[in-house]
Design a protein around this ligand. Structure first.
Ligand code: ATP
Ligand code: MG
Length: 329
């Protein structure tokens, strides 16, 4: 049997090149090698308030983007998390084996809680729900950006604890990070990771940003007081631009150094902008075609849910049996 792979994106805003380079691009590359399940994790998105009408349209937009970047419904199941009820059900069982202290230590919880006036319990529970997303499919591999590596370690801790309390139940999932592009930084603040939920207009490059805006944002990206690229002393902003170029182009480190050493920042930015634009244009074209076919995205999501629900149901049943909960024979 082929190993299973699972990962997801929250429909919590505009997908950006960090989501693409850290996650989606790698999903496309490996989708044929595994039994692939990709989630639009809407239950995660509501850990901070989302306008309901906006959330509904972002779910469809996110699914359409999955298709536009090259996820193929013939090779992959694309699924809206809340349409498979087992995610929330298993999350409760896992909550009951998870010490609060493990959750309070999570970097993402600390950062996101700080930005909220009142902190919903869901924000603390986020990694438990994420553990459920992965464990429910018995996924062996989880391709994510570097910011999610900590949550994956926690997923393994939760799985191990459940397995040792109740007997072997869950496959231990491995973290799969891209060699380049695992952590794309904000263009305005290169010490913070690029995020959908950040508000600055020059912060992120959206996959659906108009092309002239993409160019402008890159030309205005924060650099440092040096005039040109010095590989011996790269500032965070310049390193980020180089990373973006390398991740899109697939160039080696040596090719990068040879080409960009000593290049003035203005020229570097122009070349990065060209590389990003060339990559986004075909993606945006495909996105428009997909959106022009009414009902297509809904059909893909329905088919995805139908395909994965039996897998989810059987894991929930097994976990219930292991815990001694009532499970029909
Ligand atoms: P939010 O601010 O709502 O949390 P986000 O940009 O962090 O949004 P997520 O939906 O949380 O996006 O993450 C989706 C995937 O994208 C995850 O695999 C995550 O690791 C990856 N990812 C997110 N931001 C980056 C980034 N700046 N660089 C590389 N990968 C990223
Ligand atoms: Mg995030």
């Amino acid at each position: 049997m082929r190993k299973r792979v699972f990962s997801g994106v929250q429909p919590s805003g505009n997908l950006h090149i960090g989501n693409y380079l850290g996650a989606l691009k790698n999903w496309v590359e490996i989708q044929g090698d595994y039994e692939s399940i990709w989630g639009i994790v809407d239950l995660h998105a509501v850990t901070v308030y989302q306008d309901p009408a906006e959330l509904r349209s972002k779910i469809i937009e996110t699914a359409a983007l999955f298709l536009a970047v090259g996820l193929d419904p013939k090779q992959s199941s694309i699924v809206a998390q809340s349409s498979v009820h087992g995610h929330a059900e298993l999350a409760w069982m896992l909550t009951c084996v998870t010490p609060v202290g493990w959750l309070e230590r999570m970097t993402q919880f600390k950062a996101k809680a700080q930005a909220q006036e009142t902190v919903g319990d869901g924000l603390l529970q986020y990694p438990v729900l994420m553990a459920a997303d992965i464990l429910i499919y018995q996924a062996a591999i989880v391709p994510v950006g570097e910011d999610q590596a900590q949550h994956l370690e926690l997923t393994r801790d939760i799985a191990q604890r459940f397995n040792s309390l109740y007997g072997e139940t869950f496959v231990m999932p491995g973290t799969h990070l891209p060699a380049v592009g695992a952590r794309i930084m904000g263009l305005d603040e290169p010490d913070k990771k690029m995020s959908k939920s950040a508000t600055g207009t020059g912060h992120a490059i959206g996959l659906l940003d108009p092309i002239d805006q993409v160019r402008k944002k890159i030309m205005r990206a924060t650099t440092d007081s040096q005039p040109a690229v010095d590989y011996g002393a790269l500032g965070a902003g310049v390193e980020n631009l180089l990373n973006i170029f390398q991740a899109f182009s697939g160039w080696t480190k040596e090719q990068m150094q040879q080409h960009f050493s000593g290049m003035r920042y203005g020229d570097l930015k122009k070349q990065v902008a060209e590389m990003v634009v060339t990559s986004l244009e075909p993606l945006q074209r495909r996105y428009r075609e997909i959106k022009n076919d009414p009902g297509y995205v809904d059909r893909v999501l329905k088919q995805g849910a139908e395909h994965v629900s039996p897998i989810a149901d059987s894991t929930v049943k097994l976990a219930k049996q292991r815990m001694g909960l009532y499970a029909e024979a």
